[in-house]
Ligand binder design. Structure first.
Ligand code: FAD
Length: 492
Protein backbone atom coordinates (compact mmCIF):
# COMPACT_ATOMS: atom_id res chain seq x y z
CA UNK A 1 0.00 0.00 0.00
CA UNK A 2 1.00 3.60 -0.34
CA UNK A 3 2.16 3.82 3.27
CA UNK A 4 4.82 1.17 2.88
CA UNK A 5 8.36 2.52 2.76
CA UNK A 6 9.85 1.83 -0.62
CA UNK A 7 13.41 2.91 -0.19
CA UNK A 8 15.42 0.48 1.84
CA UNK A 9 18.70 1.31 0.19
CA UNK A 10 21.61 2.90 1.93
CA UNK A 11 22.81 5.84 -0.07
CA UNK A 12 26.24 6.24 1.47
CA UNK A 13 29.17 4.37 -0.02
CA UNK A 14 30.58 3.90 3.48
CA UNK A 15 30.13 1.05 5.89
CA UNK A 16 27.69 1.99 8.67
CA UNK A 17 29.23 3.72 11.67
CA UNK A 18 27.89 0.92 13.82
CA UNK A 19 30.46 -1.40 12.30
CA UNK A 20 33.55 0.69 11.85
CA UNK A 21 35.92 -0.81 9.32
CA UNK A 22 39.14 -2.13 10.71
CA UNK A 23 37.67 -3.45 13.94
CA UNK A 24 37.76 -7.17 14.64
CA UNK A 25 34.11 -7.37 15.65
CA UNK A 26 32.62 -10.26 13.68
CA UNK A 27 30.19 -9.51 10.89
CA UNK A 28 27.78 -12.24 9.94
CA UNK A 29 25.75 -12.13 6.75
CA UNK A 30 22.23 -13.53 6.60
CA UNK A 31 21.15 -14.09 3.02
CA UNK A 32 17.35 -14.21 2.80
CA UNK A 33 15.60 -15.67 -0.25
CA UNK A 34 12.19 -17.34 0.00
CA UNK A 35 12.09 -16.83 3.76
CA UNK A 36 11.16 -13.16 4.11
CA UNK A 37 10.38 -13.32 7.82
CA UNK A 38 11.88 -12.74 11.25
CA UNK A 39 10.02 -15.44 13.19
CA UNK A 40 11.06 -19.06 12.83
CA UNK A 41 14.05 -18.12 10.74
CA UNK A 42 16.98 -20.37 11.72
CA UNK A 43 19.49 -18.58 9.45
CA UNK A 44 18.64 -15.18 10.90
CA UNK A 45 18.85 -16.58 14.39
CA UNK A 46 22.25 -18.13 13.68
CA UNK A 47 23.48 -14.87 12.18
CA UNK A 48 22.50 -12.87 15.24
CA UNK A 49 24.02 -15.49 17.55
CA UNK A 50 27.28 -15.63 15.62
CA UNK A 51 27.60 -11.85 15.76
CA UNK A 52 27.33 -12.05 19.55
CA UNK A 53 27.32 -8.93 21.64
CA UNK A 54 30.28 -7.28 19.94
CA UNK A 55 29.60 -8.09 16.30
CA UNK A 56 26.91 -7.22 13.84
CA UNK A 57 24.60 -8.84 11.35
CA UNK A 58 24.07 -7.85 7.74
CA UNK A 59 20.79 -9.01 6.23
CA UNK A 60 20.78 -9.10 2.44
CA UNK A 61 18.28 -9.93 -0.28
CA UNK A 62 19.64 -10.50 -3.78
CA UNK A 63 17.46 -10.03 -6.82
CA UNK A 64 18.97 -12.92 -8.71
CA UNK A 65 19.21 -12.51 -12.40
CA UNK A 66 18.76 -15.62 -14.44
CA UNK A 67 21.41 -16.81 -16.81
CA UNK A 68 19.29 -18.22 -19.62
CA UNK A 69 20.17 -21.83 -20.36
CA UNK A 70 21.38 -22.27 -23.94
CA UNK A 71 19.69 -25.58 -24.50
CA UNK A 72 17.82 -28.27 -22.61
CA UNK A 73 21.00 -30.13 -21.73
CA UNK A 74 22.01 -27.26 -19.52
CA UNK A 75 18.75 -26.97 -17.65
CA UNK A 76 20.09 -29.06 -14.79
CA UNK A 77 22.94 -26.64 -14.30
CA UNK A 78 20.85 -23.52 -14.51
CA UNK A 79 21.55 -22.09 -11.09
CA UNK A 80 19.36 -19.01 -11.10
CA UNK A 81 15.76 -18.98 -9.89
CA UNK A 82 13.11 -18.69 -12.59
CA UNK A 83 12.56 -14.97 -13.27
CA UNK A 84 9.45 -13.89 -11.38
CA UNK A 85 6.21 -13.16 -13.17
CA UNK A 86 4.52 -9.78 -12.92
CA UNK A 87 2.16 -10.60 -10.02
CA UNK A 88 4.95 -12.19 -7.99
CA UNK A 89 7.14 -9.12 -8.62
CA UNK A 90 4.37 -6.97 -7.16
CA UNK A 91 4.27 -9.26 -4.14
CA UNK A 92 8.04 -9.27 -3.73
CA UNK A 93 8.19 -5.48 -3.67
CA UNK A 94 5.69 -5.21 -0.83
CA UNK A 95 7.12 -8.17 1.02
CA UNK A 96 10.62 -6.66 0.97
CA UNK A 97 9.25 -3.30 2.09
CA UNK A 98 7.50 -5.01 5.01
CA UNK A 99 10.60 -7.02 5.86
CA UNK A 100 12.78 -3.91 5.84
CA UNK A 101 10.41 -2.19 8.21
CA UNK A 102 10.14 -5.24 10.51
CA UNK A 103 13.94 -5.48 10.63
CA UNK A 104 14.27 -1.78 11.43
CA UNK A 105 11.90 -2.23 14.35
CA UNK A 106 14.47 -4.50 16.04
CA UNK A 107 17.53 -2.48 15.01
CA UNK A 108 18.33 -4.36 11.81
CA UNK A 109 18.57 -3.26 8.24
CA UNK A 110 17.85 -4.87 4.90
CA UNK A 111 20.47 -4.45 2.19
CA UNK A 112 19.36 -4.98 -1.40
CA UNK A 113 21.72 -6.20 -4.08
CA UNK A 114 21.14 -7.38 -7.59
CA UNK A 115 23.02 -9.84 -9.77
CA UNK A 116 24.08 -13.45 -9.91
CA UNK A 117 24.23 -14.84 -6.39
CA UNK A 118 27.51 -16.69 -6.97
CA UNK A 119 29.09 -13.34 -7.67
CA UNK A 120 27.18 -11.08 -5.29
CA UNK A 121 27.41 -13.09 -2.05
CA UNK A 122 31.16 -13.82 -1.97
CA UNK A 123 31.89 -10.24 -3.07
CA UNK A 124 29.69 -8.84 -0.32
CA UNK A 125 31.34 -11.10 2.25
CA UNK A 126 34.69 -9.76 1.13
CA UNK A 127 33.49 -6.16 1.13
CA UNK A 128 32.26 -6.20 4.74
CA UNK A 129 34.96 -8.59 5.90
CA UNK A 130 32.35 -11.09 7.04
CA UNK A 131 33.36 -14.11 9.04
CA UNK A 132 30.21 -16.13 8.41
CA UNK A 133 27.30 -16.41 5.97
CA UNK A 134 24.00 -18.10 6.79
CA UNK A 135 20.96 -19.01 4.73
CA UNK A 136 17.94 -21.29 4.78
CA UNK A 137 18.02 -24.03 2.18
CA UNK A 138 15.99 -23.94 -1.01
CA UNK A 139 15.11 -27.03 -2.98
CA UNK A 140 14.72 -25.65 -6.48
CA UNK A 141 17.38 -25.84 -9.18
CA UNK A 142 18.90 -22.67 -7.72
CA UNK A 143 20.33 -24.81 -4.93
CA UNK A 144 23.19 -25.47 -7.37
CA UNK A 145 24.25 -21.85 -6.90
CA UNK A 146 24.12 -22.31 -3.14
CA UNK A 147 26.52 -25.28 -3.23
CA UNK A 148 28.95 -23.31 -5.36
CA UNK A 149 28.78 -20.36 -2.97
CA UNK A 150 29.26 -22.57 0.07
CA UNK A 151 32.41 -24.06 -1.48
CA UNK A 152 33.78 -20.64 -2.38
CA UNK A 153 33.17 -19.18 1.07
CA UNK A 154 34.55 -22.19 2.87
CA UNK A 155 37.65 -22.14 0.70
CA UNK A 156 38.11 -18.48 1.65
CA UNK A 157 38.06 -19.48 5.32
CA UNK A 158 34.54 -18.29 6.15
CA UNK A 159 31.88 -20.16 8.00
CA UNK A 160 29.03 -20.93 5.57
CA UNK A 161 26.03 -22.67 6.99
CA UNK A 162 22.59 -23.50 5.66
CA UNK A 163 19.46 -24.46 7.56
CA UNK A 164 16.25 -26.46 7.30
CA UNK A 165 13.42 -23.90 7.43
CA UNK A 166 11.03 -23.81 4.51
CA UNK A 167 9.60 -27.32 4.29
CA UNK A 168 8.50 -29.57 7.14
CA UNK A 169 10.42 -32.40 5.52
CA UNK A 170 13.45 -31.91 3.31
CA UNK A 171 13.09 -33.94 0.11
CA UNK A 172 15.86 -36.46 0.82
CA UNK A 173 14.42 -37.35 4.22
CA UNK A 174 11.20 -38.88 2.88
CA UNK A 175 11.88 -41.80 0.59
CA UNK A 176 10.40 -45.17 -0.29
CA UNK A 177 11.70 -48.34 1.32
CA UNK A 178 13.86 -48.72 -1.78
CA UNK A 179 15.52 -45.35 -1.16
CA UNK A 180 13.88 -43.60 -4.11
CA UNK A 181 11.66 -40.49 -4.04
CA UNK A 182 7.92 -41.10 -3.76
CA UNK A 183 5.95 -40.62 -6.95
CA UNK A 184 2.51 -41.04 -5.39
CA UNK A 185 1.13 -38.59 -2.85
CA UNK A 186 -0.77 -40.88 -0.46
CA UNK A 187 2.19 -43.10 0.56
CA UNK A 188 4.42 -39.99 0.56
CA UNK A 189 2.18 -38.23 3.05
CA UNK A 190 1.75 -41.39 5.12
CA UNK A 191 5.55 -41.59 5.37
CA UNK A 192 5.69 -37.92 6.40
CA UNK A 193 3.12 -38.47 9.13
CA UNK A 194 5.11 -41.44 10.44
CA UNK A 195 8.13 -39.23 11.02
CA UNK A 196 8.72 -37.33 14.26
CA UNK A 197 6.35 -34.36 14.67
CA UNK A 198 7.64 -31.13 13.13
CA UNK A 199 9.64 -29.00 15.56
CA UNK A 200 8.17 -25.97 17.29
CA UNK A 201 8.75 -22.63 15.57
CA UNK A 202 11.65 -20.49 16.79
CA UNK A 203 11.03 -17.00 18.12
CA UNK A 204 12.27 -14.08 16.02
CA UNK A 205 15.18 -11.92 17.19
CA UNK A 206 14.25 -9.13 19.59
CA UNK A 207 17.29 -7.07 18.78
CA UNK A 208 19.79 -6.99 15.94
CA UNK A 209 23.00 -4.98 15.77
CA UNK A 210 22.94 -4.02 12.14
CA UNK A 211 25.91 -4.14 9.87
CA UNK A 212 25.31 -2.14 6.79
CA UNK A 213 26.59 -1.83 3.28
CA UNK A 214 25.49 0.22 0.31
CA UNK A 215 22.54 -1.26 -1.50
CA UNK A 216 19.96 -0.61 -4.16
CA UNK A 217 16.78 1.35 -3.54
CA UNK A 218 13.78 -0.98 -3.78
CA UNK A 219 12.04 1.41 -6.17
CA UNK A 220 14.92 1.15 -8.61
CA UNK A 221 14.12 -2.50 -9.12
CA UNK A 222 10.84 -1.42 -10.74
CA UNK A 223 8.98 -4.47 -9.46
CA UNK A 224 5.64 -2.66 -9.43
CA UNK A 225 3.50 -2.26 -12.52
CA UNK A 226 3.18 1.24 -13.88
CA UNK A 227 1.49 2.48 -16.98
CA UNK A 228 -0.93 0.91 -16.45
CA UNK A 229 -0.94 0.07 -12.77
CA UNK A 230 -3.12 -3.04 -12.81
CA UNK A 231 -2.44 -3.93 -9.19
CA UNK A 232 -5.56 -2.38 -7.58
CA UNK A 233 -7.27 -5.77 -7.19
CA UNK A 234 -4.13 -7.25 -5.67
CA UNK A 235 -3.94 -4.44 -3.13
CA UNK A 236 -7.57 -5.00 -2.15
CA UNK A 237 -7.02 -8.72 -1.69
CA UNK A 238 -3.64 -9.05 -0.01
CA UNK A 239 -1.33 -7.74 2.68
CA UNK A 240 2.12 -9.06 1.75
CA UNK A 241 4.60 -9.40 4.59
CA UNK A 242 5.00 -11.32 7.81
CA UNK A 243 2.25 -9.48 9.67
CA UNK A 244 -0.23 -10.07 6.86
CA UNK A 245 0.72 -13.75 6.86
CA UNK A 246 0.11 -14.13 10.59
CA UNK A 247 -3.19 -12.28 10.34
CA UNK A 248 -4.29 -14.62 7.57
CA UNK A 249 -3.36 -17.65 9.64
CA UNK A 250 -5.17 -16.29 12.70
CA UNK A 251 -8.30 -15.57 10.68
CA UNK A 252 -8.22 -19.04 9.21
CA UNK A 253 -7.73 -20.72 12.59
CA UNK A 254 -10.50 -18.51 13.97
CA UNK A 255 -13.25 -19.48 11.58
CA UNK A 256 -11.89 -20.61 8.21
CA UNK A 257 -10.82 -24.03 9.35
CA UNK A 258 -14.30 -24.82 10.61
CA UNK A 259 -15.54 -24.31 7.05
CA UNK A 260 -12.66 -26.16 5.40
CA UNK A 261 -14.89 -29.07 4.37
CA UNK A 262 -16.45 -26.52 2.01
CA UNK A 263 -13.09 -25.53 0.54
CA UNK A 264 -14.13 -26.86 -2.86
CA UNK A 265 -16.83 -24.21 -3.12
CA UNK A 266 -15.26 -21.08 -4.56
CA UNK A 267 -17.88 -18.79 -3.03
CA UNK A 268 -17.60 -20.27 0.48
CA UNK A 269 -14.19 -18.82 1.37
CA UNK A 270 -13.22 -22.00 3.22
CA UNK A 271 -9.54 -22.03 2.24
CA UNK A 272 -6.69 -20.33 4.10
CA UNK A 273 -5.32 -18.00 1.38
CA UNK A 274 -1.86 -18.69 2.80
CA UNK A 275 -0.22 -19.82 -0.44
CA UNK A 276 1.65 -16.60 -1.43
CA UNK A 277 2.73 -16.08 2.18
CA UNK A 278 4.16 -19.61 2.22
CA UNK A 279 5.64 -19.14 -1.23
CA UNK A 280 7.65 -16.10 -0.13
CA UNK A 281 8.34 -17.59 3.28
CA UNK A 282 6.63 -14.82 5.23
CA UNK A 283 5.36 -17.61 7.44
CA UNK A 284 6.97 -21.01 7.87
CA UNK A 285 5.18 -24.33 7.54
CA UNK A 286 6.32 -25.05 11.10
CA UNK A 287 4.32 -22.05 12.29
CA UNK A 288 1.28 -23.26 10.38
CA UNK A 289 1.73 -26.74 11.80
CA UNK A 290 2.04 -25.34 15.32
CA UNK A 291 -1.23 -23.41 14.97
CA UNK A 292 -2.99 -26.61 14.01
CA UNK A 293 -1.27 -28.54 16.78
CA UNK A 294 -2.44 -26.11 19.44
CA UNK A 295 -5.98 -26.13 18.03
CA UNK A 296 -5.88 -29.91 18.32
CA UNK A 297 -4.66 -29.70 21.89
CA UNK A 298 -7.59 -27.45 22.67
CA UNK A 299 -9.81 -30.29 21.53
CA UNK A 300 -11.67 -30.66 18.28
CA UNK A 301 -14.96 -32.22 17.39
CA UNK A 302 -15.27 -34.72 14.56
CA UNK A 303 -15.75 -32.28 11.71
CA UNK A 304 -12.88 -30.04 12.82
CA UNK A 305 -10.57 -33.01 13.29
CA UNK A 306 -11.34 -34.04 9.74
CA UNK A 307 -10.78 -30.47 8.53
CA UNK A 308 -7.38 -30.15 10.19
CA UNK A 309 -6.19 -33.46 8.75
CA UNK A 310 -7.30 -32.41 5.28
CA UNK A 311 -5.74 -28.97 5.61
CA UNK A 312 -2.40 -30.42 6.72
CA UNK A 313 -2.44 -32.82 3.80
CA UNK A 314 -2.85 -29.82 1.46
CA UNK A 315 0.23 -28.32 3.06
CA UNK A 316 1.71 -31.75 2.33
CA UNK A 317 0.97 -31.33 -1.39
CA UNK A 318 3.17 -28.24 -1.40
CA UNK A 319 5.99 -30.36 0.01
CA UNK A 320 5.27 -33.24 -2.36
CA UNK A 321 5.64 -30.96 -5.39
CA UNK A 322 8.83 -29.49 -3.92
CA UNK A 323 10.24 -32.97 -3.57
CA UNK A 324 9.26 -33.82 -7.13
CA UNK A 325 11.03 -30.76 -8.51
CA UNK A 326 14.03 -31.70 -6.36
CA UNK A 327 14.36 -35.01 -8.17
CA UNK A 328 13.03 -33.86 -11.56
CA UNK A 329 14.70 -30.51 -12.33
CA UNK A 330 13.00 -30.30 -15.74
CA UNK A 331 9.47 -30.41 -14.26
CA UNK A 332 8.57 -27.14 -15.96
CA UNK A 333 9.91 -28.03 -19.39
CA UNK A 334 9.24 -31.72 -19.81
CA UNK A 335 6.41 -34.18 -19.41
CA UNK A 336 7.13 -36.43 -16.47
CA UNK A 337 5.53 -39.27 -18.45
CA UNK A 338 7.48 -39.37 -21.68
CA UNK A 339 4.61 -40.87 -23.72
CA UNK A 340 3.06 -37.38 -23.53
CA UNK A 341 5.93 -36.09 -25.69
CA UNK A 342 3.95 -37.57 -28.58
CA UNK A 343 0.68 -35.83 -27.63
CA UNK A 344 -0.72 -33.98 -30.64
CA UNK A 345 -1.08 -30.51 -29.09
CA UNK A 346 -2.02 -28.09 -31.80
CA UNK A 347 -0.52 -24.65 -32.28
CA UNK A 348 -2.58 -22.56 -29.87
CA UNK A 349 -5.24 -20.71 -31.80
CA UNK A 350 -4.50 -17.06 -30.86
CA UNK A 351 -8.14 -16.02 -30.48
CA UNK A 352 -8.99 -19.05 -28.36
CA UNK A 353 -5.97 -18.57 -26.15
CA UNK A 354 -6.79 -14.88 -25.70
CA UNK A 355 -10.40 -15.73 -24.80
CA UNK A 356 -9.14 -18.16 -22.14
CA UNK A 357 -6.68 -15.66 -20.68
CA UNK A 358 -9.19 -12.85 -20.59
CA UNK A 359 -12.16 -14.86 -19.33
CA UNK A 360 -14.27 -14.60 -22.51
CA UNK A 361 -14.76 -18.27 -23.39
CA UNK A 362 -18.50 -18.21 -22.85
CA UNK A 363 -18.10 -20.99 -20.25
CA UNK A 364 -19.12 -19.18 -17.04
CA UNK A 365 -17.02 -21.05 -14.46
CA UNK A 366 -13.90 -20.82 -16.64
CA UNK A 367 -14.42 -17.12 -17.24
CA UNK A 368 -15.08 -16.43 -13.56
CA UNK A 369 -11.83 -18.15 -12.61
CA UNK A 370 -9.72 -16.40 -15.24
CA UNK A 371 -11.12 -13.01 -14.24
CA UNK A 372 -10.57 -13.71 -10.56
CA UNK A 373 -6.95 -14.52 -11.41
CA UNK A 374 -6.46 -11.36 -13.42
CA UNK A 375 -8.04 -9.16 -10.79
CA UNK A 376 -6.68 -10.65 -7.56
CA UNK A 377 -3.57 -12.65 -8.50
CA UNK A 378 -5.11 -15.84 -7.24
CA UNK A 379 -7.77 -18.34 -8.20
CA UNK A 380 -9.67 -20.83 -6.15
CA UNK A 381 -8.07 -24.30 -6.28
CA UNK A 382 -11.07 -26.16 -7.68
CA UNK A 383 -11.46 -23.53 -10.40
CA UNK A 384 -7.73 -23.73 -11.22
CA UNK A 385 -8.31 -27.40 -12.02
CA UNK A 386 -11.33 -26.57 -14.16
CA UNK A 387 -9.67 -23.81 -16.23
CA UNK A 388 -6.53 -25.90 -16.66
CA UNK A 389 -8.50 -28.91 -17.82
CA UNK A 390 -10.45 -26.69 -20.23
CA UNK A 391 -7.25 -25.33 -21.79
CA UNK A 392 -5.46 -28.64 -22.04
CA UNK A 393 -8.38 -30.86 -23.02
CA UNK A 394 -11.16 -28.81 -24.58
CA UNK A 395 -8.82 -26.41 -26.40
CA UNK A 396 -6.02 -29.01 -26.83
CA UNK A 397 -3.39 -26.46 -25.88
CA UNK A 398 -0.10 -27.64 -24.38
CA UNK A 399 -0.09 -27.41 -20.56
CA UNK A 400 3.14 -25.40 -20.71
CA UNK A 401 1.26 -22.51 -22.33
CA UNK A 402 -1.19 -22.39 -19.41
CA UNK A 403 1.58 -22.86 -16.86
CA UNK A 404 3.39 -19.84 -18.27
CA UNK A 405 0.25 -17.67 -18.00
CA UNK A 406 -0.28 -18.75 -14.40
CA UNK A 407 3.39 -18.06 -13.69
CA UNK A 408 2.93 -14.48 -14.79
CA UNK A 409 -0.41 -13.82 -13.10
CA UNK A 410 -0.42 -15.77 -9.81
CA UNK A 411 0.94 -14.15 -6.66
CA UNK A 412 1.68 -17.65 -5.33
CA UNK A 413 3.40 -18.79 -8.57
CA UNK A 414 5.76 -21.48 -7.36
CA UNK A 415 8.57 -23.21 -9.23
CA UNK A 416 7.40 -26.62 -8.03
CA UNK A 417 3.65 -26.36 -7.38
CA UNK A 418 2.75 -24.57 -10.60
CA UNK A 419 4.23 -26.99 -13.14
CA UNK A 420 3.48 -29.90 -10.79
CA UNK A 421 -0.22 -29.09 -10.69
CA UNK A 422 -0.40 -28.36 -14.42
CA UNK A 423 1.16 -31.72 -15.18
CA UNK A 424 -1.27 -33.26 -12.69
CA UNK A 425 -4.26 -31.85 -14.58
CA UNK A 426 -2.74 -32.65 -17.99
CA UNK A 427 -2.22 -36.27 -16.99
CA UNK A 428 1.49 -36.07 -17.83
CA UNK A 429 2.77 -35.74 -14.26
CA UNK A 430 3.44 -37.95 -11.28
CA UNK A 431 0.36 -39.26 -9.50
CA UNK A 432 -1.62 -37.36 -12.11
CA UNK A 433 -5.32 -37.36 -12.72
CA UNK A 434 -5.90 -39.80 -15.56
CA UNK A 435 -6.06 -37.97 -18.89
CA UNK A 436 -9.54 -39.22 -19.66
CA UNK A 437 -10.86 -37.41 -16.58
CA UNK A 438 -12.01 -34.29 -18.38
CA UNK A 439 -13.59 -31.81 -16.00
CA UNK A 440 -16.99 -30.70 -17.24
CA UNK A 441 -17.13 -27.01 -16.25
CA UNK A 442 -20.92 -26.98 -16.30
CA UNK A 443 -21.25 -29.95 -13.94
CA UNK A 444 -18.50 -28.51 -11.76
CA UNK A 445 -20.43 -25.24 -11.51
CA UNK A 446 -23.64 -27.07 -10.59
CA UNK A 447 -21.84 -29.03 -7.92
CA UNK A 448 -19.55 -26.41 -6.39
CA UNK A 449 -21.27 -23.11 -7.17
CA UNK A 450 -24.88 -24.28 -7.01
CA UNK A 451 -26.34 -20.83 -6.43
CA UNK A 452 -24.06 -19.25 -9.02
CA UNK A 453 -22.62 -16.77 -6.48
CA UNK A 454 -19.04 -17.15 -7.66
CA UNK A 455 -19.96 -16.84 -11.32
CA UNK A 456 -22.13 -13.77 -10.66
CA UNK A 457 -19.32 -12.12 -8.70
CA UNK A 458 -16.88 -12.31 -11.60
CA UNK A 459 -19.15 -12.52 -14.63
CA UNK A 460 -21.95 -10.07 -13.84
CA UNK A 461 -23.10 -10.01 -17.47
CA UNK A 462 -23.74 -13.76 -17.50
CA UNK A 463 -27.25 -14.41 -18.75
CA UNK A 464 -27.46 -11.14 -20.68
CA UNK A 465 -26.96 -10.54 -24.40
CA UNK A 466 -23.50 -9.18 -23.65
CA UNK A 467 -22.15 -12.55 -22.60
CA UNK A 468 -20.38 -14.40 -25.43
CA UNK A 469 -21.57 -17.74 -26.77
CA UNK A 470 -19.49 -20.76 -25.82
CA UNK A 471 -16.16 -20.78 -27.66
CA UNK A 472 -16.29 -24.53 -28.21
CA UNK A 473 -18.77 -27.32 -27.79
CA UNK A 474 -17.82 -29.13 -24.58
CA UNK A 475 -19.00 -32.51 -25.79
CA UNK A 476 -17.29 -32.52 -29.17
CA UNK A 477 -14.04 -31.16 -27.79
CA UNK A 478 -14.07 -33.76 -25.02
CA UNK A 479 -14.45 -36.51 -27.62
CA UNK A 480 -11.61 -34.98 -29.65
CA UNK A 481 -9.38 -34.91 -26.59
CA UNK A 482 -10.05 -38.55 -25.84
CA UNK A 483 -9.31 -39.46 -29.46
CA UNK A 484 -6.03 -37.53 -29.33
CA UNK A 485 -5.13 -39.38 -26.15
CA UNK A 486 -5.87 -42.75 -27.77
CA UNK A 487 -3.73 -41.79 -30.77
CA UNK A 488 -0.88 -40.88 -28.43
CA UNK A 489 -1.19 -44.21 -26.63
CA UNK A 490 -1.30 -46.15 -29.85
CA UNK A 491 1.85 -44.39 -31.07
CA UNK A 492 3.76 -44.84 -27.79
P1 FAD B 1 -5.48 -24.07 1.26
O1 FAD B 1 -6.53 -25.01 0.80
O2 FAD B 1 -5.76 -23.29 2.46
O3 FAD B 1 -4.17 -24.95 1.45
C1 FAD B 1 -3.14 -24.64 2.37
C2 FAD B 1 -1.81 -24.58 1.66
O4 FAD B 1 -1.50 -25.86 1.11
C3 FAD B 1 -1.78 -23.64 0.50
O5 FAD B 1 -1.54 -22.32 0.94
C4 FAD B 1 -0.65 -24.20 -0.34
O6 FAD B 1 0.60 -23.79 0.15
C5 FAD B 1 -0.79 -25.69 -0.11
N1 FAD B 1 -1.55 -26.33 -1.19
C6 FAD B 1 -2.88 -26.55 -1.25
N2 FAD B 1 -3.20 -27.23 -2.38
C7 FAD B 1 -2.04 -27.44 -3.03
C8 FAD B 1 -1.70 -28.09 -4.25
N3 FAD B 1 -2.63 -28.69 -5.04
N4 FAD B 1 -0.41 -28.09 -4.64
C9 FAD B 1 0.55 -27.51 -3.88
N5 FAD B 1 0.28 -26.91 -2.71
C10 FAD B 1 -0.99 -26.87 -2.29
N6 FAD B 1 -0.24 -23.50 -5.47
C11 FAD B 1 0.80 -22.71 -5.22
O7 FAD B 1 1.13 -22.47 -4.06
N7 FAD B 1 1.52 -22.16 -6.24
C12 FAD B 1 1.21 -22.38 -7.55
O8 FAD B 1 1.90 -21.88 -8.44
C13 FAD B 1 0.09 -23.20 -7.84
N8 FAD B 1 -0.29 -23.44 -9.12
C14 FAD B 1 -1.37 -24.25 -9.37
C15 FAD B 1 -1.73 -24.53 -10.69
C16 FAD B 1 -2.82 -25.34 -10.98
C17 FAD B 1 -3.19 -25.65 -12.41
C18 FAD B 1 -3.56 -25.91 -9.92
C19 FAD B 1 -4.73 -26.81 -10.19
C20 FAD B 1 -3.20 -25.65 -8.60
C21 FAD B 1 -2.11 -24.83 -8.30
N9 FAD B 1 -1.71 -24.56 -6.97
C22 FAD B 1 -0.63 -23.77 -6.73
C23 FAD B 1 -2.35 -25.27 -5.84
C24 FAD B 1 -3.55 -24.61 -5.16
O9 FAD B 1 -4.50 -24.21 -6.10
C25 FAD B 1 -3.17 -23.43 -4.28
O10 FAD B 1 -2.09 -23.78 -3.43
C26 FAD B 1 -4.36 -23.01 -3.41
O11 FAD B 1 -5.43 -22.65 -4.22
C27 FAD B 1 -3.96 -21.88 -2.51
O12 FAD B 1 -5.06 -21.46 -1.74
P2 FAD B 1 -5.07 -21.58 -0.17
O13 FAD B 1 -3.78 -21.05 0.38
O14 FAD B 1 -6.32 -20.96 0.30
O15 FAD B 1 -5.08 -23.16 0.00
Amino acid sequence: SATLPTDTGHPARAVSPRTPPGTDAPVSIVWLRNDLRLADNPALRAGVEAAGSSGSTLVVYVLEEAVAPHDHAELHDSAAPRPLGAAARWWLHHSLAALASDLRAVGGELVLRRGTAVEVIPALADEVNASAVFWNRRYTNARNADSTIKKQLTAAGLRAESFHANLLNEPWTVQTGGGTPFRVFTPYWRACLARPEPREPLPGPTSIRAASAPGDALNDWALLPTDPDWSGGLRETWTPGERGAHERLAAFMGDGLAAYHRRDEPAAGGASMLSPHLRFGEISPFTVWEAVRSARRAGLDGQSAHNTATFLSEVGWREFHASILFSLPTLRERNVRPEFDGFPWGEPHPAELAAWREGRTGIPLVDAGMRELWHTGTMHNRVRMVVASFLVKNLLIDWRVGETWFWDTLVDADEASNPGNWQWVAGSGVDAAPYFRVFNPELQATKFDPRGEYVRRWVPEYGTAEYPAALVDLRTTRANALAAYQAMRAAA
